[in-house]
Design a binder for this molecule. Structure first.
Ligand code: ZN
Length: 261
């Protein structure tokens, strides 16, 4: 009788531990059961994104996030195409109105003096980002958006403007916990190099941000065929990777955080 009792207690302990482990691993997974979410970004509203990246995404049924800058020609002359892209299920994201970056750090000769973050105030940036959100809502009908700070810069002359605007967003790229998210911004590299970056990530990384700029043209270019090969890899590995808009991914993350006691 005594051996039986010990045995039953042991069995109960094993079952409890098994269930605890199960719920732990389930909590780490995304809604579709994938281990890793992939957010494909296309920054700066470039012509080559509408011409080359968008058809490649649509051909494969992949959804991505486009961080637009209304000041730029690629946006202002092709507004109807950006609206249509949002109707197709892609995300239009906030990348500010004018793409202000710090001019006072090395390699920033291209930043126009009128658009240098070094000379802007937090309040001026809050206003700019707020208007950019209003414009996005007018374009796509969504009231919730995400933000990629231009150049990932945060500081202006009187403080940190990203901290001041982050409450307006579902999420801000570059502010995620580095234990949770990784970043790569391809520029003149092969699909194999991007894939290598993804595959070498430690197991705690659950979101990988791939931030493209030009695809087959414009600046920080990824060749059209390398971009296509990378998308093919994602499609071939859909059991591992959940590819979706950054807004959808981060809304899923937020609802999970709410459920956690
Ligand atoms: Zn940018």
């Amino acid at each position: 009788v005594r051996i039986n009792t010990v045995f039953i207690h042991l069995l109960l302990l094993i079952i409890t531990m098994y269930l605890a482990l199960q719920s732990l691993s389930a909590a780490e997974q995304w809604p579709r059961g994938n281990k890793i979410a992939i957010s494909l970004s296309y920054d700066d509203a470039l012509n080559s994104q509408l011409d080359n990246a968008l058809p490649a995404l649509n051909l494969r049924g992949l959804k991505a996030s486009f961080y637009i800058v209304p000041l730029y020609d690629g946006f202002k002359y092709r507004i109807e195409e950006w609206k249509k892209l949002a109707e197709q299920g892609h995300e239009l994201g906030n990348h500010s109105l004018f793409h202000a970056c710090l001019k006072s750090i090395p390699g920033r000769e291209w930043v126009e003096p009128s658009n240098a973050l070094d000379d802007k105030t937090v309040q001026a940036m809050v206003n700019e980002i707020t208007v950019a959100n209003t414009m996005l809502t007018a374009l796509d009908g969504f009231t919730e958006h995400t933000f990629t700070p231009p150049c990932f810069d945060q500081m202006v002359k009187d403080g940190n403007y990203v901290e001041a605007v982050k409450g307006q967003f579902v999420a801000v790229k570059s502010l995620e916990d580095p234990e949770f998210a990784a970043f790569i911004a391809p520029s003149d590299i092969s699909s194999e190099q991007i894939i290598h970056f993804i595959e070498k990530q430690p197991p705690n990384i659950r979101l990988i941000n791939v931030l493209f700029h030009g695809v087959g043209g414009d600046h920080l270019v990824t060749a059209t065929d390398e971009h296509a090969k990378f998308l093919d890899y994602l499609v071939a590995n859909q059991d591992k990777y959940w590819v979706d808009t950054y807004r959808t991914i981060m809304l899923a993350e937020r609802s999970k955080l709410r459920q956690t006691p």
